[in-house]
Design a protein around this ligand. Structure first.
Ligand SMILES: [Zn+2]
Ligand SMILES: [Zn+2]
Length: 122
């Protein structure tokens, strides 16, 4: 996407423009939304979400594997955040557990420990 003017329109209008553009064989001026645009200058018609993502990326932000946005230079710490969230969830589940486990573990006959149901499905 090269830089240019961004025109924000409602979905219906964008759809109409899309229809007009699809009938054009070579670049021409299109009257649209009270403006006249050279169709050659139209880079594309994008959804608001796509544009928002694009703007963020242009500003240096990036989306990590957890689909969270981070600013330029900001380290992704979602791993730790998710770990912490998980730890809190675990702790809570163990506190609520009615199966009498110890820290989310149960002893089986044979003295090996298995995850208790309270934490197995978190
Ligand atoms: Zn992250
Ligand atoms: Zn339990």
């Amino acid at each position: 996407m090269r830089s240019g003017v961004e025109i924000w329109v409602e979905y219906e209008k964008a759809e109409k423009l899309q229809q007009v553009l699809s009938t054009i064989k070579s670049s021409t001026f299109v009257h649209f939304n009270d403006e006249t645009i050279n169709s050659a200058d139209i880079v594309g018609i994008f959804k608001a979400g796509t544009m928002a993502d694009y703007t963020k990326r242009r500003n240096g932000s990036y989306q990590c594997k957890f689909r969270e946005w981070h600013e330029k230079g900001q380290k992704c710490e979602c791993d730790q955040v998710k770990d912490r969230e998980m730890a809190i969830k675990r702790e809570h589940a163990i506190k609520q557990c009615t199966r009498g486990c110890t820290g989310g573990f149960k002893l089986t006959t044979g003295n090996s420990a298995v995850f208790c149901e309270c934490v197995a499905n978190l």
